[in-house]
Design a protein around this ligand. Structure first.
Ligand code: NOJ
Length: 595
């Protein structure tokens, strides 16, 4: 079950704070002030209001990015050793998945101390050095804020479960067993899909929408909310630039836990999302915390559609910055892939809903998804590079803030484990056990996991062709994709036509042309099942994007009135013959200036 992937993300990064406060001092990593045009651009941009519209976000999954001490797990020192790589990507913001103290039941999304760094990732000094090193390069840092739930090993929960009269009891949701069984609530990760867990210590059940080691926090308690606001200030005062707010649409609950209609679990966003007072809480958080800092927020999950999503990001409501929808993600999870016409319809519908106000994020993958290339492109060797470039072109030429998941700039692909033992993700392992307990079809489960399991997107970053892809000198916590000898950053550095260098060209293009950020979007040829074409218009500046989403050559006639105004701004093939009808190569992606 992957319904939580339907959420929405809003970064509220506005500002700088300590970010650019010491631009001329050498950082702990030895870097001096921004050294490239990209860094200078991003540093200047960071001071502009609404800079988060113009940034490109690069998501780092820290456990898999770079291991610096040979324990097989990525860490902060590892990221620090790759700061120059990040700078050369031309991205303006890094979003780090959770690096806080955690027993790692859900890979860091089960936090046992919100103010400590998980020892496997390093120390607070390492964190400070990382933040400084990013800021020196003009790159912002957004952290994950995981406050729908904590770990069951958090001190709050230890105290809460110790006695019904604990001052922390109301930090969580409890159902006293003398009232009988709680009204059913479905859980995303639980082996029995049961979100209530009986705890004999106080003869009560506690609520956990995710795993039983992730008890839900009680946002209805103002003391809990104040604790969270203090914790947010702790990080913001360090100078971070915003938060990606995990599962945030679920935080508000009706503590009476009314009976839900049969089948509610098939529409979990409707029943768990946008609970009573959700927007009151976000407005309170904005008033008391976010408005005091010039930072960005992205909440994961914003309800059932654009109308709900707008409530989170309409600037007049003073809540968050950026909506993050899951409709595009949920399109291609079945065995038959997806129809391009559906893909176009979804992105166009969301764009129209946000055409006048509000702002969207654009992404095709993250740590909860399989690899973008395997899901939306074509990872067969003949088409890998072209289709990865096309997908990156799409992300970087749409209206909305682009999010690139680490490794997608190289065209990394799904690992497709054959055996359950190779998976590390509790979602997949518990799901397997659930099917097994019910006597279900385990082979069908494994076949589906090859397409959709989260570990497909979590394998170690492929830096070079040496052992373990240069990720670690030890044994990686998750297998390296065996294709690393062909697909790695070092090989792509050396090849100007690589996916990596195309990605760099695309980020530079977006920085150079405001029309690609702010320009109005218009879909062309909506019914074409093979080609996705759209224009972007900002005053006199106009661009045309033409994407052949198939492995066959295609032709596409330019609509009347559209005349290319020169050589392509971006092209993932070496050739281009201007003509009234474009002859497109398999997975060709063109960005053309228009007269
Ligand atoms: C969404 C996160 O992205 C995912 O990785 C996590 O498992 C759940 N929320 C629970 O925190």
């Amino acid at each position: 079950m992957q319904i939580f992937r339907l959420a929405l993300t809003f970064p509220l990064l506005a500002g700088l704070a300590a970010g650019c406060s010491q631009p001329n001092k050498a950082g702990a990593d030895g870097a001096t002030a921004p050294t490239t045009a990209a860094a200078a651009d991003t540093a200047a941009l960071a001071k502009k209001p609404g800079w988060w519209k113009e940034t490109v976000v690069y998501q780092i999954y820290p456990r898999s990015f770079q291991d610096s001490n040979g324990d097989g797990e990525g860490d902060l020192r590892g990221i620090i050793s790759r700061l120059d790589y990040l700078q050369r990507l031309g991205v303006g913001t890094v979003w780090l998945n959770p690096i806080y103290a955690s027993p790692n039941d859900d890979s860091g999304y089960d936090i046992s101390d919100y103010r400590r760094i998980q020892p496997a990732f390093g120390t607070m000094q390492d964190f400070d050095a990382l933040l400084q090193g990013l800021h020196r390069r003009g790159i912002k840092l957004v952290m994950d804020l995981v406050v729908n739930h904590s770990s069951d090993e958090h001190e709050w929960f230890r105290q809460a479960r110790s006695s019904r009269s604990s001052p922390y009891r109301d930090y969580y949701h409890w159902w006293p067993a003398e009232r009988g069984k709680p009204t059913p609530r479905w859980s995303f990760f639980d082996v029995n899909s049961d979100a209530w867990r009986y705890d004999s210590l106080t003869n009560s059940y506690y609520l956990h929408y995710f795993s039983r080691k992730q008890p839900d926090l009680n946002w209805e308690n103002p003391k809990l909310r104040q604790e969270i606001y203090r914790m947010m200030r702790f990080w913001l005062d360090k100078g971070i630039d915003g938060f990606r707010m995990d599962a945030f649409q679920f935080v508000a609950k009706d503590p009476r836990f009314p009976v839900l209609p049969p089948g509610y679990e098939k529409n979990i966003i409707r029943y768990y999302g946008n609970g009573p007072h959700l927007h009151d809480y976000i407005q309170e958080m904005n008033r008391e915390v976010l408005s005091k800092y010039n930072v960005m927020t992205v909440a994961e999950g914003a309800g059932s559609g654009p109308t709900d999503a707008m409530l989170f990001v309409d600037p007049a409501r003073k809540e968050l910055n950026m909506a993050y929808h899951f409709e595009g993600m949920d399109l291609a999870n079945g065995p038959d892939g997806y129809r391009l016409t559906d893909f176009k319809r979804i992105y166009t519908r969301w764009d129209s809903a946000f055409a006048r106000t509000g702002w969207l994020s654009i992404y095709l993958a993250n740590h909860d998804q399989p690899r973008m290339l395997s899901k939306f492109g074509d990872d067969r060797p003949a088409f890998r590079a072209a289709s990865a470039k096309l997908l990156n072109t799409f992300i970087l030429t749409m209206r909305g803030t682009p999010y690139c998941y680490n490794g997608d700039e190289l065209g990394m692909s799904n690992i497709r484990f054959k055996r359950i033992e190779d998976y590390r993700d509790m979602e997949t392992r518990n799901g397997y056990q659930r099917v097994k307990n019910r006597g279900g079809d385990l082979n069908a489960f494994l076949a589906q996991a090859k397409r959709t399991a989260r570990d497909n997107g979590r394998t170690p970053f492929q830096w070079d062709a040496s052992a373990q892809a240069g990720f670690s000198t030890g044994t990686p916590w998750l297998h390296v994709n065996p294709n690393y000898r062909a697909v790695n950053a070092a090989a792509q550095e050396a090849d100007s036509a690589s996916v990596l260098n195309h990605f760099r060209r695309a980020t530079a293009l977006r920085r150079a042309h405001p029309v690609l950020v702010h320009g109005q979007y218009r879909l062309l040829d909506a019914a074409n099942p093979h080609i996705y074409a759209y224009t972007r218009t900002l005053g006199a500046a106009r661009a045309l994007v033409v994407l052949n989403f198939t492995a066959e050559p295609r032709t596409w006639a330019l609509p009347a009135g559209l005349t290319p105004g020169g050589a392509p701004w971006l092209n993932n093939y070496p050739t281009f013959g201007p003509a009234a009808t474009l002859a497109l190569q398999p997975w060709q992606a063109l960005v053309l200036p228009l007269r």
